[in-house]
Design a protein around this ligand. Structure first.
Ligand code: ZN
Length: 223
């Protein structure tokens, strides 16, 4: 595991942030329209799952999707880099513990996931495989309006996902407070805040452009 979080600042360019890559805590169905497009119910409480550090790869570099396991969907999500430990009861500290904001792809083997769900089994083989979380460099969240962040994915020149964090069912502060009731978040952990509608399968050769408001644009290729 040699993944290192990167921090991009306008003066010095991209640099390596001295934070170990930790776990990635994800929330399912945090945008109502996305829940509907997959015919899923909107959950009463955040639905959490975890990807291990071995899921992380650099989004800017061409990335591989698994072969021979059915469709691999891309879910474009706002990613939060945790800079300070957050645990149960730290609700009033959650926003100040965010060290960076970036973009993550929650790659999902949709057919594998559907089959696991039908059997009542855990999802990890569909969501937490090696390389299942391409991640951008982070930028400072200073001055950010957490309820008004735009998130876009262009695939081969076509707009595929276009969402705004204002549509999140559980917004950022509440989501972090909820997560740390169950899982202590450590420096270097990442929280993925859920995908807006428009998820779909990737194929080898796809050219992707992911955008977070005016702060981050990443172009990449599916191998
Ligand atoms: Zn997701």
């Amino acid at each position: 595991m040699d993944y290192r979080h990167r921090f991009s600042d306008t003066e010095s360019g991209v640099s390596v942030l001295e934070l170990p890559a930790g776990k990635v805590v994800c929330v399912g169905r945090n945008y109502a329209e996305h829940a509907r497009e997959l015919n899923n119910a909107v959950p009463a409480e955040p639905m959490l799952f975890i990807k291990p550090a071995t899921s992380l790869v650099r989004m800017e570099e061409p990335f591989l999707i698994p072969r021979g396991q059915g469709d691999c969907h891309v879910e474009t999500e706002m990613a939060l880099l945790i800079g300070e430990t957050l645990t149960k009861g730290d609700d009033d500290k959650v926003l100040s513990a965010i060290a960076g904001v970036g973009i993550g792809f929650d790659l999902t083997l949709r057919e594998v996931q559907n089959s696991l769900k039908q059997q009542g089994h855990p999802w990890e083989k569909a969501k937490a495989f090696d390389g299942s979380c391409p991640l951008s460099a982070f930028v400072s969240p200073e001055g950010i309006a957490w309820n008004d962040v735009n998130l876009q994915l262009m695939r081969n020149g076509q707009l595929q996902q276009n969402g705004n964090s204002g549509d999140m069912i559980t917004p950022v502060a509440e989501l972090l407070a909820y997560i740390c009731r169950f899982f202590t978040l450590c420096p270097g952990d990442v929280v993925m805040t859920g995908t807006p509608a428009g998820v779909g399968p990737l194929v080898s050769g796809d050219k992707l452009e992911a955008r977070l408001s005016d702060w981050i644009v990443v172009t990449t290729t599916v191998l």
